[in-house]
Design a protein around this ligand. Structure first.
Ligand code: AMP
Length: 147
């Protein structure tokens, strides 16, 4: 049982995400905490003016399509882990920034993420966990992901 009421879980769909969600479920048992899953689509639109002359419509990526695909993946992830009554959020941007912003806007009291994910195992903490720690108004639980 924990005192947390509003828990945000950062899901990147890497193998680490399975470990992260199972720890999150442990934290959310007991008192009925609200669990929200967030996935950030890391897509940078080609806005560099230096490349503008070579951009054609075939370069265009439909952001709505990216979001829809991510929403589907999050839905499948929830079904796989038997997550009922979870809110599922998909946004486009930088994980560190979007996760921090979501927490500030929605007054989460705990964020759970992996110590590492898709951005590699080189550092003590991965770039997202490290970035989130520096600007976080709530508790942060970084689940140790072994190499
Ligand atoms: P990384 O920065 O790739 O080492 O990832 C560390 C942790 O940050 C992952 O285990 C996830 O919990 C979270 N994370 C990384 N990228 C994303 C993303 N695009 N969307 C949601 N969470 C993410």
């Amino acid at each position: 049982m924990s005192d947390y009421q509003n828990i945000l879980v950062a899901v990147d769909f890497s193998d680490a995400a399975n470990t992260v969600i199972s720890k999150a479920l442990d934290m959310a048992t007991g008192e009925p905490a609200k669990l929200t899953l967030i996935h950030v689509v890391e897509y940078l639109p080609p806005i560099d003016i230096a490349y503008e002359p070579v951009l054609t419509s075939s370069w265009t990526i439909d952001e709505n399509e990216l979001i829809d695909q991510a929403k589907n993946s999050l839905k499948k992830f929830s079904v796989k882990h038997k997550l009922e009554n979870t809110e599922q959020i998909v946004v486009i941007g930088t994980p560190k920034h979007e996760i921090t912003q979501y927490i500030k806007d929605h007054q989460c009291d705990l964020v759970i993420l992996g110590s590492h994910g898709r951005h590699g195992l080189g550092l003590l903490l991965g770039s997202t966990a490290n970035g989130v720690l520096h600007d976080m108004p709530c508790d942060v639980l970084a689940i140790k992901i072994k190499a």
